[in-house]
Design a protein around this ligand. Structure first.
Ligand SMILES: C[S@@+](CC[C@H](N)C(=O)[O-])C[C@H]1O[C@@H](n2cnc3c(N)ncnc32)[C@H](O)[C@@H]1O
Length: 195
């Protein structure tokens, strides 16, 4: 069994080439679906160099990343924010600490048992009636060749010990009372919930 988390952590510590979103349509989409404004507190889990965090409006911003390398950059890009080195599955914050919780573009790096822990953590640190937005998740329904091709590819990568992107079914989130919405770019989906 490949340890995806260990692999991606090593990657984050050793390369600057992590993809980050800062396109206007993505920022607009996140603000709209999180119902985010300057009066709220925001937690961005997996903030990388904090490029997205810097573009989002909030009264208080906190970013989390498991990479020290990225956390250092995120601090430079977000002088007013608190940036914490931690894992998404173990967030060092009290229950209900944030009005809004964002976890953007890292679920595909997690295996399913880890993702289940992360969802519980995102919900724990979000206040009652707060909002959680998870994205952007590659959509299995649009995978070239469909489910079969994805299954074969995954089995092969597992066999040769290579980590791979995990695809989630919409049902994984719907079961937990998230609404599914199509993302603004690529065949990707988002899961949103008001607590
Ligand atoms: C693909 S980047 C996305 C950055 C940003 N959220 C965005 O969408 O533009 C994923 C980031 O999440 C971090 N990350 C991945 N898995 C994580 C985990 N389990 N716990 C904390 N950070 C994680 C990586 O170090 C990386 O900086």
């Amino acid at each position: 069994m490949v340890d995806n988390i260990k692999y991606w952590k090593q990657q984050s510590e050793s390369t600057d080439k992590i993809g980050e979103y800062r396109q206007d349509e993505v920022i607009r989409f996140v603000v709209q679906h999180l119902k985010l404004s300057k009066s709220q507190t925001l937690l961005d889990v997996g903030c990388a160099k904090g490029n997205m965090l810097a573009l989002l409006p909030a009264k208080k911003k906190v970013g989390v990343d498991f990479s020290m390398r990225y956390a250092k950059e995120a601090r430079k890009n977000n002088p007013g924010a608190r940036i914490v080195v931690a894992e998404a599955a173990q967030l060092p914050f009290g229950d209900g600490s944030f009005d809004r919780v964002l976890c953007h573009s890292l679920f595909h790096l997690m295996d399913i048992p880890y993702a289940k822990k992360v969802i519980l953590e995102l919900e724990r640190v979000c206040r009652k009636k707060g909002r959680i937005l998870i994205g952007d998740i590659p959509d299995m329904q649009d995978y070239p060749g469909g489910k079969l091709a994805y299954g074969i590819r995954t089995a092969f990568l597992e066999r040769v010990g290579r980590p791979h992107y995990i695809m989630f079914k919409h049902g994984f989130f719907e079961e937990r009372n998230y609404a599914i919405i199509p993302g603004p770019i690529n065949p990707r989906f988002y899961a949103v919930k008001q607590k």
